[in-house]
Write a protein that binds this ligand. Sequence first.
Ligand SMILES: Cc1cc2nc3c(=O)[nH]c(=O)nc-3n(C[C@H](O)[C@H](O)[C@H](O)COP(=O)(O)OP(=O)(O)OC[C@H]3O[C@@H](n4cnc5c(N)ncnc54)[C@H](O)[C@@H]3O)c2cc1C
Length: 396
Amino acid sequence: MVDFADDSDEAAFRAEVRQVITEHAPRSRAGRMRRAVEGLSDEVRQEQADWREALIERRWIVPNWPTEYGGAGLPVKDQFILSQELAEAGTWNISGLGTMMFGPTLIVHGSKQQKQEHLPKILDDSYQWCQGWSEPGSGSDLASLQTRALRDGDEYVINGQKIWTSGAHTADGMYFIARTDPDAPKHRGISFFWMSMKLPGITVQPLVNLADQHSFNEVFFEDVRIPADHLIGQENRGWYHATTLLDYERSGIGNSIGTRRQVERMLAMAKELPPEQSMLGRNEMVRLTFADRIADAAVGMLFSFRITTMQSKGEIPNYEASVAKLFNSEMTQRIAALNIKLFGLYGNLVDPDREEGERGVAARAYLTAVSSTIGGGTSEIQRNIIATRGLGLPRG
Ligand SMILES: Cc1cc2nc3c(=O)[nH]c(=O)nc-3n(C[C@H](O)[C@H](O)[C@H](O)COP(=O)(O)OP(=O)(O)OC[C@H]3O[C@@H](n4cnc5c(N)ncnc54)[C@H](O)[C@@H]3O)c2cc1C
């Protein structure tokens, strides 16, 4: 059963989050859009710095980490409330691969020395990580990866290539998986490592996406030497270390709320615009599609509540997380399509002077939405999981 109600402790935590947002979150729209890094005024930068400080101080950047490792140690429901309130307020959290993936992996599998070295730099957001998983030919079938890590005395020598590595061009370090035993069955010959991105032998080549943005890269390793103590956990157990730990925020509540807010914003703008600039009122299908998209957003929210309810009871969402991922990512694309349809050719214009410029970014949002059904596991893979684990159907 889905549980919507806050108990008294949860209500108190929600009130605290709201108060912190009121007091510290950036006031300007530019300040709330953390991804906008160029052309920000000193005032906006200051707003962002204050908010960052407020999040770090409360350990809300690591709400799920145990307190002994510097986390907030929040119960699942409070983690959900935090994400929910931040999304409702339209503001951001400092979430990255360090807080969501690498840190939790180290807490479980890392040595004492590795924890001491890396966790403090994740907690104060001073060291950025990228994730070296995918390779050409090894995406959905990740365990077929070919990058080699060969033991040579006190070092491993890395050769191979990663692809689609988000943020490799700005990251300080990479955690990655590589093959240490080519003769073992494919899942059993893989190990988990970390390396500095500054080492000799690493080449990062930009990959520009179809929205003309540089966010991911190809990364080449040519005889890159790393100390043997950069191995995390046990040799040849890296596949299990890498896949047992998933992002704490599996409910996708931030995404669902963000989507609902986007539909509401589009609606408000469409009502405001002169009729020749919007298709609303001129095209019956647009009107009805709006109704469908608002219904979609409500369904997305219910999937999120369901997952959190399961987590609160100590159950591990399995195919349920795939249902939510599949639905939310495809919804993102349907909403981007509505945005384009709504503004017709005006959707292709970029209007930098318009702060509430939904229309000006419609075309770019449409293009970036394409990747939502690929990253983090494609829609086909999610459907396979739902069919086999959820419905008990045979493998295709
Ligand atoms: C925005 C974005 C950011 C990313 N960031 C990173 C990152 O930081 N680090 C990283 O390592 N990777 C990253 N990736 C890569 C991502 O993990 C892979 O793109 C994804 O796992 C799919 O792998 P692939 O691209 O090799 O496609 P493939 O696995 O080659 O799939 C090609 C097509 O075949 C289908 N297919 C494959 N296998 C099956 C099957 N068994 N049944 C049915 N259909 C199937 C797929 O659904 C897809 O349509 C990112 C991707 C995106 C889009």
